[in-house]
Design a binder for this molecule. Structure first.
Ligand code: SAM
Length: 389
């Protein structure tokens, strides 16, 4: 009952504008935060159907003590499947498969596949197309058609308690968020900057691509996020990374320590408007002022990154779907670089491209549940133009 009461309180808070689901769940002091969050999100997802079931059943009239939100969460857990039949179809965000990156610093693909097979999962090999991912169900899993060592399980598969995840052999990471490190493709032995790094999933991916050989300079401003990043990296077996609590804008490109940096990953703070959790929570669009402030920082960080003297390749990424934080930032940075950098024409068969707001924007990648079966995402790969150093 405590779970239902806590969920009802969160729902009431969200609807009266007191905060986001995540914020209110954490503020609730309920012990099992994950369980509470899941119940609230699911109840929101079925909200309209639940309202009509409650109304038609006359539940609130019959049970006077029952508050509407409590009625909703209680109905939701007992009647989930029936409710779907009433006519609510889960949206594309809730149908995104569970992507699982095999951490090659600790294990290999074959051993991981064998482990899951021994647990009763059936392995179907490398998917031929996105359609194979879309129809994945039950205890089946596949290898992603594009990202090496990325396994795909049906949507809602929860592996947080899985021993391989707990041991750092698996990283639970959306496919779109695996693309930045994959496309940066640093060679083992090289030096890389991860400019806005915490909580560090992309850093651990970079370390795996480097085979722990070379160096990653990882910066972040947020001490708390850096602390959880240190735990994540230790669990993932990353040994080539130097973490620093530092403003990336204050990191000097002329500092000799960064003289060999040829690769930069810039995944700055953004509105998060593409995040699946946001889409499930049905957040409104970020305000114009917030977008302007975020884009201002993203712009400065990108232009700053492009001034590192040995830089050859840079990936700029956000989990935002807003043009202001994506194509507009990239276009201005290209203009400011005065021909020193250009966009690399990556993944020509990727189905979702940058908005055509400037010539060459088609080299940028976008991602969305509807088109790529991932969270909403944006990526641009910059490379130094030939003859420019
Ligand atoms: N790349 C990370 C990953 O894959 O786990 C996620 C990065 S998150 C989108 C953006 C991060 O940028 C936040 O952790 C935030 O604290 C950090 N940040 C914001 N402003 C910064 C700055 N001026 N310098 C360094 N880090 C900054």
């Amino acid at each position: 009952m405590a779970l239902y009461a806590a969920a009802a309180a969160v729902l009431a808070g969200v609807e009266s504008g007191q905060g986001s689901i995540k914020g209110l769940v954490y503020a609730s002091n309920f012990q099992n935060v994950k369980q509470l969050y899941a119940l609230v999100c699911e109840t929101r997802r079925y909200s309209s159907v639940l309202d009509s079931v409650i109304a038609s059943a006359g539940l609130l009239r019959a049970e006077k003590k029952l508050r509407p939100h409590l009625a909703k969460v209680q109905r939701r857990v007992s009647r989930n499947e029936d409710l779907l039949e009433v006519g609510s179809k889960p949206g594309p965000a809730s149908q995104v498969p569970r992507f699982v990156r095999v951490n090659t610093l600790k294990t290999c693909l074959d051993d991981t596949v064998d482990y899951f097979k021994r647990q009763g999962f059936s392995y179907q090999g490398r998917a031929a197309s996105l359609e194979d991912l879309r129809v994945l169900k039950g205890k089946h899993f596949l290898l992603d058609p594009l990202v090496p060592e990325l396994l795909v399980f049906p949507a809602h598969t929860d592996l947080h308690e899985h021993p391989l995840y707990q041991a750092g052999h698996l990283i639970l990471q959306d496919k779109a968020s695996c693309l930045p490190a994959m496309l940066l493709a640093p060679l083992p032995g090289s030096h890389v900057i991860d400019a806005c790094a915490a909580p560090g999933n992309k850093t651990s991916h970079l370390a795996a691509l480097l085979k722990n050989q070379g160096k990653i300079f990882a910066f972040d401003l947020d001490a708390k996020r850096l602390a959880s990043m240190a735990t994540l990296l230790a669990r993932a077996g990353v040994s080539c990374c130097e973490l620093a609590e530092e403003d990336f804008l204050a990191v000097s490109p002329s500092d000799q320590r960064y003289g060999r940096v040829q690769y930069i990953l810039l995944d700055p703070s953004c509105s998060g408007s593409g995040m699946l959790s946001r889409q499930l929570e049905e957040h409104g669009a970020p305000s114009k002022e917030r977008l302007r402030a975020l884009a201002g920082f993203q712009q400065r960080a990108l232009c700053h990154a492009l001034t590192f003297p040995s830089l050859q390749r840079l990936v700029y990424s956000t989990c935002s779907i807003c043009q202001e934080e994506n194509e507009d930032v990239v276009q201005k940075a290209l203009q400011q670089s005065q021909g020193a950098f250009r966009l690399a024409p990556v993944l020509p068969s990727w189905p979702h491209r940058g908005l055509s707001t400037f010539p060459g924007a088609e080299h940028c990648l976008r991602a969305a549940p509807e088109t790529t079966l991932t969270g909403g995402f944006f990526i641009a790969v910059f490379e130094r133009a030939e003859g420019q150093r």
